[in-house]
Write a protein that binds this ligand. Structure first.
Ligand code: PMP
Length: 360
């Protein structure tokens, strides 16, 4: 077996232990004579897996009792539409923070579904920082302000949620379970699990029950949160494989200190890479302002784009893959989600130092 260090922005690397256990159970789940993914989603076996994953997620993310956890499909992208459809009845509005490509995309979709406004725009700052709380416009009658806690493409992150006069809705797709959520401030958070928690196909929505009770009625069944909550996220066939593997990943996270352990890892490991950037005498540059640097997506540039191809080829030879930055920003991006081993980060740091010496 020759596993590489995979710095993909998502889907991401998963722990070997989790993959191996999944493989071992694939043909015969718990003596049933079939795989879990061949079973009915109404079977007692799947029911146990589903309930266990819900409970583990609730506990890992420290979700208070007054919130419901929903397992959905359609990615964070579907939430860009479902959030306004459910939370914005006619006559209400919401503010959207355009902090980067994903915040911008969330706003564009919300505008198609309901009335919204731009509460802050980071375009002029080149998406190199997040807003200060005082910079976020909250108009009268605002139902919620939408934030993207970590902009995956630009590599910038909110270190804490702002205390605004209205509830927040937060896209936590790319820093899911790497820093705590301040539940006092939010009505809803959502994220796909394919970066920090498991395989693609499952989107988690955590919604305050009072927001659920006030949500827009009469939507087509899949699009309304209330129906999913009432059915315990078994309104229709759920993404069983993703739920099943996420349950294993959550156990793996628990064994490593849970949320606190993951937050410590994210701070420490991103620090290792930012130290290389800052200690490279300007060879590497990171566009993000220091206080806004993402702990899950470390974005950096080489002195000239002419060196990008060589950097990527030599990194690949060293077993370090998927370091190319998003095509819209160029440069490099190392995504270091929960399952990335410390050794992967150390190997990348060593490679970056050597490369700068060789090319500098
Ligand atoms: N929001 C953020 C912050 C993301 O990083 C992504 C995916 N890269 C999305 C939304 C879209 O997520 P999905 O592919 O799950 O729809």
């Amino acid at each position: 077996m020759n596993r590489v260090r995979n710095f993909c922005a998502g889907p991401c690397t998963l722990p070997v232990e989790v993959l191996a256990e999944t493989r071992d159970e694939l043909l015969d789940y718990d003596g049933s004579g079939m795989s879990l993914i061949e079973m009915s989603h109404r079977s007692p076996e799947y029911d146990a897996v589903h309930g266990d994953a819900l409970e583990r997620l609730r506990s890992a993310l420290e979700v208070p009792a007054e919130f419901d956890v929903l397992f959905l499909q359609g990615g964070a992208l579907l939430q860009f539409a479902m959030v306004p459809m459910n939370l914005l009845p006619p006559g209400s509005t919401a503010g959207y923070v355009r902090s980067g490509a994903w915040g911008k995309a969330a706003h564009a979709d919300a505008e198609r579904a309901a009335s919204t406004y731009l509460a802050w725009d980071g375009t002029d700052a080149g998406f190199t920082r997040m807003p200060e709380p005082s910079e976020i416009e909250v108009r009268p009658g605002t139902r919620y302000v939408h934030l993207t806690s970590n902009e995956t493409i630009e590599g910038i992150q909110l270190r804490s949620l702002p205390d605004l006069a209205v509830p927040l809705v937060v896209d936590i797709s790319s820093d899911f379970l790497t820093q705590p959520v301040d539940w006092h401030q939010v009505d809803l958070v959502y994220g796909g699990v394919q970066k920090n928690l498991g395989p693609a196909g499952l989107t988690v929505v955590v919604i305050r029950r009072s927001a659920l009770d006030d949500s827009v009625a009469g939507l087509p069944s899949y699009l309304g949160y209330a129906g999913h909550a009432k059915a315990g996220s078994l309104l229709n066939t759920p993404p069983m494989f993703s739920v099943y593997v996420m349950g294993k990943m959550l156990r793996w996270i628990e064994d490593r200190g849970g949320l606190a352990g993951m937050a410590e890892r994210a701070a420490r490991r991103s620090g290792v890479l930012y130290d290389v950037i800052d200690g490279s005498d300007g060879f590497y540059t990171g566009p993000a302002r220091p206080h806004a640097r993402s702990r899950t997506n470390v974005v950096f540039r080489l002195p000239s784009p002419d060196l990008d191809g060589r950097f990527l080829a030599e990194a690949r030879d060293a077993g370090l893959v998927n370091l190319k930055g998003h095509r819209s920003v160029g440069g490099m991006r190392a995504s270091i989600y929960n399952a990335m081993p410390d050794e992967g980060v150390d190997e990348l740091a060593g490679f970056m130092r050597n490369f700068a010496q060789g090319a500098g």
